[in-house]
Design a protein around this ligand. Structure first.
Ligand code: PEP
Ligand code: MN
Length: 337
């Protein structure tokens, strides 16, 4: 921490600050400038009590943290990219993983059609919501356990691992029994008890960015997962809420190089919730691959016009197949598979 003292304070006032810094376990280092004095408080901000309360002292002008507040997700302590293994697939390696499937699991026929279809086009992981976080309580809430059973059946038939959302702590055991990756949705991104419960299952956790979450807050939410003993963490950018109305959300692709710089964890891009428009998904995927995304999470439906949720943003199987072909040169240019 850096503590900037107000000008023209007395030596006595300064020594009071120094005493407080020592009391809280830091070693003060005084730097006396021409106009004012700055104190560097040396010590680990993550294990010592915060010095932030010093801002309320009359002789202190500003307190500035210098250390990152996250540790386990940080690249500082783990220089290599980390990878997350899911059955036979690895996320965060050379291969860009394609997680595809419907927004919601609706019927057996719908899910099996999508699962076989996306598999044929090159998807590696099957997505599908069984518990749906809907803005209105009158909208389709998901099939619940029946949806999980259908996902498990699709996994048996196609061999693809599955990812599905965990909405509530009360579903942890149920969802973990079926899924290979636990998705934490944007609305729950700072539901810390849910993050802890998800972490404790030991399953890989895909953490979506909250609707209005700063990247630091997102990294700290990820720290909850890792600090509860689960290193298998994936960050997923899915668009943030801005003033723009041409898209459902604003897909923040700058999150890719920022997460890559700050963290060793893989980064996944969800262009479907990100744009909310099927016609933008392809361009967003190409951009994401070029920028270093480790996986894409794409909504695909056999008949988007009849989807029970998120119809406007879901790709048909034909469009998904075309997208997979169009992505090839972008993957090659990015040195990925
Ligand atoms: C979804 O993946 O269908 C979903 C609900 O995602 P998000 O939490 O990002 O809105
Ligand atoms: Mn959706």
């Amino acid at each position: 921490m850096i503590i900037v003292l107000k000008p023209e304070i007395t030596r006595k006032q300064e020594s009071e600050v120094l005493r407080e810094i020592r009391k809280l376990g830091y070693r003060p280092h005084v730097m006396r400038g021409v106009a004012r004095t700055v104190i560097g408080a040396i010590g680990d901000e993550r294990t010592h009590q915060s010095l932030e309360t010093l801002t309320t002292w009359p002789q202190v002008e500003q307190v500035m943290p210098v250390q990152k507040r996250y540790k386990l997700v940080s690249r500082e302590g783990h220089h290599e990219n980390s990878t997350v293994a899911v059955r036979d697939e690895v996320i965060g390696g050379k291969k860009v993983q394609i997680m595809a499937g419907p927004c919601s699991v609706e019927t057996e026929k719908q899910l099996m059609t999508v699962a076989h279809g996306v598999r044929k086009s090159g998807a590696t992981i099957l997505r599908g919501g069984a518990f749906k976080p809907r803005t209105s309580p009158y909208e389709f809430q998901g099939l619940g356990e029946k949806g999980l059973k259908l996902l498990a059946k699709a996994r048996r038939e196609t061999g693809m691992p599955i990812i599905t959302e965990l909405l509530s702590e009360s579903h942890v055991d149920l969802v973990a029994e079926y899924t290979d990756i636990i998705q934490i949705g944007t609305r729950n991104a700072q539901n810390f008890q849910l993050l802890i419960a998800a972490a404790q299952t030991g399953k890989p956790v895909l953490l979506k960015r909250g609707l209005s979450m700063r990247i630091e807050e997102w990294l700290l939410a990820g720290e909850y997962v890792m600090s509860h003993g689960n290193p298998n963490l994936l960050f997923c950018e899915r668009g943030i809420r801005t003033f723009e109305t041409y898209t459902r959300n604003t897909l923040d692709l700058s999150a890719i190089p920022i997460i890559k710089a700050e963290s060793h964890c893989p980064i996944v891009i969800d262009p479907s919730q990100g744009a909310g428009r099927a016609d933008l998904v392809s361009a967003m995927c190409k951009g994401a691959v070029a920028m270093g995304a480790d996986a894409l999470l794409i909504e695909v439906h056999p008949n988007p016009t009849e989807a029970w949720s998120d119809g406007p943003q879901q790709l048909s199987l034909e469009l998904f197949d075309r997208l997979m072909k169009e992505l090839r040169p972008f993957l090659a240019a990015a040195g990925r598979e």
